[in-house]
Design a protein around this ligand. Sequence first.
Ligand code: ZN
Length: 272
Amino acid sequence: MRILASLLLVFVSLSAHAEGFISRLLHHPVQGGVAVVPLITAHAPKVRFNNKPVLVINEDNKRWIAIVGIPLTAKAGQHSLEVDGKKVSFQVEHKNYTEQRITLKNKQYVNPDNSNQARIEREFAQQMKAYDTFSPRQPSNLYFDMPVNARLSSPFGLRRFFNGEERAPHSGLDLAAPHGTAVKAPAAGKVILTGNLFFNGNTVFVDHGQGLISMFCHLSQINVKVGDEIPRQGVLGKVGATGRATGPHLHWNVSLNAVRVDPAIFIGKFQR
Ligand code: ZN
């Protein structure tokens, strides 16, 4: 019995040691979080979740891991990936998100008229298409740099009420920086969408590779164009308050397998 117990202990500590830095940084398998799922395979597997391709890396050249974005709307409990056509399960934990109440003077941002509604739908489709991008490149770094050196103001996932009416939850992280502060790419990537959008204002989408996409909003200035390759820490624009914003700040979304997840995870600032 004692031998069995010590063998178990060795096994547990070995499996803990097998986890690399990226797994420890990113594994927060909550609603709106990220699950790192180890894969028992000798070659690069094809992984899908909810029928979307999933980011896969060979961590420390030791083991393959899938890095899965979990929707805010996912039910707590068991979920499964498709790995080379076979099922691999992982658990999702519940997370509570608090409420935020915002008052807007421009009522178009709460209840848009028909012409704005048509524009919103058109822009929504463009953005969903951008989030569906899956390029083969490996992300340059998964521990992201801060896009601006600033205080985290509004966290991801807040349930939001504008003028008392509930709207979509907060899809990203707000960083409160002064107007005109340079916004830098947290990892290298390719610019896949830019524009002046109704809610998001001046916006840039960067594809970091394998479905890992960043979106930067409310910019006062856009310094890049679609097709540009942007290096890690390359300047893509400047902080502003365009679109539905009550003051200058950067709104930053991070998406994995076409699911918006908490950007704080990628800068080591996740809070349970
Ligand atoms: Zn925001």
